[in-house]
Design a protein around this ligand. Structure first.
Ligand code: ZN
Length: 309
């Protein structure tokens, strides 16, 4: 065998001659390498790790992979659904907070309260020195953080509204127990408080209340909120209602044709407590109205004419 080697640079050639043995070795090298390679490959595939690559195990693997893939898909879908639900919940919370704020502002306005104390348009005051820059990039607040903040805000608003409600209720009670106005809706004052000629015997007598005349059966109303302490006949008064308003005040409504409340009833200001009549020592349909201050009858005129607070 003769092998000619041509030099690329100089165009010169060299020829080498191989003998029988050398030729056999070179041929074996050239042909044998791929065969040996293929054999090693096959052997490797069939070797100790051969189970991994059989068609059966591949099938099992593929099935496992497909199952995992489907699990991942399910998990992702669940996560997406949960995220959607959370987003909705958060939007609901924000809407509720807005409504609470609007309610709070309206109440503050109605109650003519100092805005500084109940400012629903502002976020609760928080602060603190500027924190050390941690060198981290801004990250959108976590869902749970946002929901936590919203919950805190709602709790704070609830507290403010409760305080506001208590304040308003207190004011309403004060206003309602404040004696003011007439004990009737329709009618006229027929007799004043004080010294007068008694309509039955013509003698000078003390009139301990004010009389309002009107139609038989017309409404008699409480001039303030209170608790009924008398609701029956009383000598001279006929059918009478007495209401205790607290703070040492009580009122009496007498000569009724009918009492509409009973002892222990809590009555509101302006509530109809009896119907006008002429029971007892009376010459015609009227209500004899008395005001007691610490157990002593006083002139009701001052209370009748004062305006509601
Ligand atoms: Zn009278």
């Amino acid at each position: 065998m003769k092998v000619i080697i041509v030099s690329k640079r100089h165009g010169r050639t060299r020829s080498l001659s191989f003998g029988g043995w050398t030729r056999a070795v070179v041929s074996a090298c050239l042909l044998g390498l791929p065969i040996v390679g293929a054999w090693i490959g096959t052997e490797l595939a069939r070797g100790d790790g051969s189970d991994i690559f059989t068609s059966d195990s591949t099938k099992v693997w593929n099935e496992a992979l497909a199952e995992q893939e489907s699990q991942i898909k399910t998990t992702k879908r669940d996560a997406e659904e949960q995220l959607a639900a959370l987003t909705l919940r958060m939007a609901e919370l924000q809407a509720r907070l807005l409504r609470l704020d609007a309610l709070g502002e309206r109440l503050t306005t109605i109650a003519k309260l100092d805005k500084g104390e109940f400012d629903f348009s502002q976020v609760p005051a928080v602060g603190g020195p500027e924190s050390v820059d941690l060198g981290e990039a801004y990250q959108a607040p976590d869902f749970l953080d946002v929901i936590g903040q919203l919950t805190d805000q709602i709790a704070s608003r609830e507290q403010q509204l409760e305080t506001l409600e208590a304040l308003l209720a207190n004011r309403k009670i004060q206003r309602d127990v404040f004696l003011a106005g007439r004990p009737i809706k329709k009618g006229w004052m027929s007799s004043r408080y004080g010294r007068r000629t008694d309509p039955f015997n013509g003698q000078i007598a003390w009139h301990s209340g004010v009389d309002f005349a009107g139609k038989l059966g017309s409404d008699i109303v409480a001039v303030a909120a209170g608790v009924v302490t008398w609701a029956s006949e009383r000598h001279g008064y006929g059918k009478m209602v007495e209401i205790n308003h607290g703070n040492g005040f009580s009122t009496r409504y007498a000569h009724n044709t009918d009492n509409l409340v009973k002892v222990g009833d809590v009555v509101k200001k302006g509530q109809v407590v009896a119907l006008m009549g002429s029971s007892g020592r009376s010459t015609g349909p009227h209500v004899h109205f008395e005001v007691y201050k610490h157990g002593r009858a006083v002139d009701p005129a001052a209370y009748i004419h004062r305006t509601n607070r």
